[in-house]
Every structure is written in structure tokens, then in C-alpha cells.
Design a protein around this ligand. Structure first.
Ligand code: NI
Length: 189
């Protein structure tokens, strides 16, 4: 329906906007295929691509609903290996499958120019619905699990800064590139 003739780049809410601190409302499953929700999904993909994000949650574009999108997620530790294909997850639920943690430097389109290392759970169960209303129920591990935890946090009013245990790694982008990026691994968004 939405070709690039009517693509739309949405405005991204930045830290301080109250919508980023609200718990988002579930999408009624019967409305998943509605034009409003399908259009929101298309616009979120356009917006994420425009700003170079790996993921985007609906509250970040001022829609307080339980919906997230992710881009193709490449392996940060092995060049160009696709770990997870682009996805839409509606009403997501995460269950931790381990206590083992991993951490990467994360960034966020709503927290521009900052990067910081965030501990996350290494393996999760992800449940929800896709854009056609089909149930999602799968295990996700490693870097894609980090991305999903970051995005689901947005749906609960949480940003990555809240998850940092130590602000010593918190860096502006320019300093991140200069002092941290070689050893730091990639950036989630
Ligand atoms: Ni974010």
C-alpha cells in the first residue's frame, strides 16, 4: 500500500518528552491490520532507515502503543553475518531464559549523540504478534536479544541510561569514536 511515493519520516521524541516515560498501550489484536497501524509500521521503517537506527519503538515517534520495529541485525563480532531479519513486534513480551549477561555500547535516537555500555540478558524468549497478526514466539540470543530488550524498554518508559550500572563509559559520539569504538563493539538503537 505504502510505496515510496508516500513515505513519511516521523519526528523522533527526545529525552525529556513525557511520552518516552509512559507505559505504552497494547494494540487490540483485531486492529493490527487496520490502515492506521499498518501505516505507522511503514512510517517507522522509513524513519528508522532515515536516521540509521537498528530498532525503533512507537513511543519514540509519538505513538504510545506497544509496537516496535527492528532492521536487519548484523553480527557485530563477525562482519556482515545476518543474525536477525527486520521485524515488527506488536504487544511484545520478553521472558529471560538465563541470568547470564552481555553488554554492548548502546545509543538511542531519543538520546542523540550519547553512547554507553549497558548490561543485558544474553538469551530471551520473545512473544507478540507480527504485522499480519500472526503470533511470534521465539528464542533470541546475543546482540539481537540486546536490541529487543532496548526497544521493549521504550514501551515501558525506560531508556538505556536507566539500565547502565556504571556511567564511566557514557560518551558523546565524537569521544566514543575516538576512545572507545575500536574495543567497544557496535551500537544498538
Ligand atoms: Ni532507543
Amino acid at each position: 500500500m505504502s510505496g515510496w511515493g508516500d513515505m513519511a519520516i516521523l519526528k523522533v521524541a527526545r529525552l525529556g518528552h513525557p511520552i518516552l516515560r509512559r507505559v505504552a498501550d497494547p494494540v487490540e489484536p483485531g486492529l493490527i491490520k487496520s490502515p492506521d497501524i499498518q501505516r505507522l509500521i511503514d512510517d517507522m521503517f522509513d524513519t528508522m532507515a532515515e536516521y540509521g537506527g537498528v530498532g525503533l519503538a512507537a513511543p519514540q515517534v509519538h505513538s504510545p502503543v506497544q509496537l516496535l520495529v527492528t532492521e536487519d541485525i548484523m553480527d557485530p563480532d563477525a562482519d556482515d553475518e545476518l543474525l536477525a531479519e527486520r521485524s515488527v513486534v506488536i504487544n511484545p513480551k520478553i521472558t529471560f531464559l538465563t541470568v547470564e549477561e552481555i553488554s554492548y555500547f548502546e545509543g538511542c535516537l531519543s538520546v542523540p549523540d550519547l553512547r554507553g555500555r549497558v548490561p543485558r540478558i544474553r538469551r530471551i524468549r520473545l512473544q507478540g504478534f507480527d504485522r499480519d497478526g500472526n503470533r511470534i514466539d521465539r528464542e533470541v540470543e546475543g546482540f539481537p536479544a540486546v536490541v529487543y530488550q532496548h526497544e521493549v524498554d521504550h514501551l515501558n518508559g525506560i531508556v538505556f541510561l536507566d539500565r547502565m550500572q556504571d556511567f564511566a563509559t557514557l560518551s558523546y559520539l565524537q569521544e566514543f569514536d575516538r576512545y572507545w569504538s575500536a574495543s567497544a563493539g557496535p551500537v544498538a538503537d
